[in-house]
Ligand binder design. Structure first.
Ligand code: PGA
Ligand code: ZN
Length: 427
């Protein structure tokens, strides 16, 4: 006998806007038992070619970025198939979404549609069961709060400055709880603001897409120096209380016609980049290095992991695009020792959880992540705790779409009470 309460009674789509003003899909799923799940799809800027494709209207309105078609397909094709299904059957529902779409990159109904619906179904089931989402998804294993990888200097395509690397991250590993981690990280964020203002003037503290400052710097080392000085001035020790991270987002720097990377006006080959990474990771306590090469260059990833993987997480974001079949190749090649996880890169929760399981089985770290265009939906905070991710990447402690995740993690920590752990060891 089934439990009627979990049966999906309604599936609706609505347009919302993301943190860059772009239209996005909001899915609303209701169950017979009165449960409701609302989810919004985020959207990247430095996207991988391998990602699920967002369905956009084209044309003049919204500069082509409208989601009218995505919502129409959600209501005419997805809703009738999901109605009457048990909301707890996530795998079945996600398989239906994949089948309805019928393309390898979810082009037809859109990865934006499938992402919002898939997450909304999980939320509706959790709400019907009267369970917190992290508990519904993670069961008894949800007992670890993640270390935030805070992106407090923005560059690349996320900011209007000349920094080539996209993200400069601080990891508050010296805290005893998530709440303490947030406090010390915010103190460093404020200290950095003072320091940037003193050195570069008021314009230097305008923020980029993920809430980090976007100072008029060009050199990577200048940004790393600023981070280490801010940590020091805030009264903390780099290497003990804080470690550093970088997302190079190197696909954006790669000149395929010449086979080189453009960094600070110089063109560097793979070997020169590896030397650069070996040097700066050692000097600046960098334990996290994401997308150091372009998204097809598995061999260079492998070489760098072999050289410094024992002390630094080499993380594949655009490299894998949260895709289990691409990860299989990375595992076979030993390309990285960590993976970034973004539900909307693959488009369903089930495929995302499969990706995480594969990474875990291969001994790789996995990091739950937001997108540079995000929304007030705090979903990834619950996902991080549910999957026991030791790290979460969700921007600076600024802008509502970033703070919604931090504030949700504070709630979860309080909800879990004394049973929680905050991992100090991230590698
Ligand atoms: P995106 O950037 O959301 O613009 O892709 C985030 C990242 O590269 O990690
Ligand atoms: Zn990235």
């Amino acid at each position: 006998m089934g439990d009627d309460r979990f049966i999906i009674s309604s599936v609706k789509g609505m347009m919302a806007i993301d943190s860059r003003g772009s239209p996005t899909v909001k899915a609303i799923v209701e169950t017979k038992g009165g449960g409701i799940g609302v989810a919004l799809a985020p959207s990247g800027a430095s996207k991988s070619e391998k990602e699920a494709v967002e369905l956009r209207d084209g044309g003049r309105k919204w500069r082509g970025r409208g989601v009218g078609l995505a919502i129409a397909r959600l209501e005419s094709e997805v809703a009738p198939r999901l109605k009457g299904a048990d909301s707890r059957l996530q795998e079945y529902i996600d398989a239906l979404l994949v089948e309805i779409d019928g393309t390898s990159q979810k082009k037809r109904i859109g990865g934006n549609t499938t992402t919002a619906v898939s997450i909304a179904v999980a939320k509706a089931a959790a709400s019907t069961a009267g369970l917190q989402l992290y508990r519904y998804l993670g069961g008894a294993y949800a007992s670890t709060l993640p270390v935030p990888l805070m992106n407090i200097i923005n560059g690349g395509v996320h900011a209007g400055n000349e920094l080539d690397f996209q993200e400069f991250l601080i990891l508050p590993v010296g805290a005893d709880s998530f709440k303490e981690a947030l406090r010390i990280a915010v103190e460093v964020y404020w200290e950095l603001k003072d320091l940037l203002k003193e050195k570069y003037g008021l314009n230097a503290v305008n923020v980029g897409d993920e809430g980090g400052y976007a100072p008029p710097m060009r050199r990577v080392e200048e940004a790393l120096e600023a981070l280490s000085r801010a940590i020091d001035r805030a009264g903390y020790a780099l290497g003990e209380d804080f470690l550093l991270g970088l997302d190079v987002a190197a696909s954006q720097l790669y000149d395929a016609s010449k086979g080189v990377y453009m960094v600070e006006g110089r063109s560097l080959n793979q070997g020169e980049l590896i030397d650069l990474y070996e040097d700066i990771t050692r000097r600046y306590h960098i334990v996290y290095l994401e997308d150091p090469f372009h998204e097809e260059d598995f061999d260079s990833f492998k070489e760098l992991t072999r050289k410094i993987g024992y002390r630094t997480l080499i993380v594949g974001d655009d490299l894998y695009a949260t895709n289990p079949s691409i990860l299989a190749r990375g595992i076979e090649k030993k390309a990285t020792n960590a993976v970034l996880v973004k539900v909307n890169q693959i488009g369903t929760l089930t495929e995302t959880l499969k990706f995480i399981d594969m990474a875990r089985m291969a001994g790789m770290r996995y990091i739950i992540s937001h997108r540079s265009g995000d929304t007030e939906d705090p979903f990834i905070a619950d996902l991080a705790v549910a999957t026991g991710s030791r790290l979460i990447k969700t921007g600076a402690p600024a802008r509502g779409e970033r703070t919604s995740k931090y504030n949700r993690l504070l709630e979860i920590e309080e909800d879990l009470g004394p049973t929680i752990t905050y991992p100090k060891k991230v590698i």
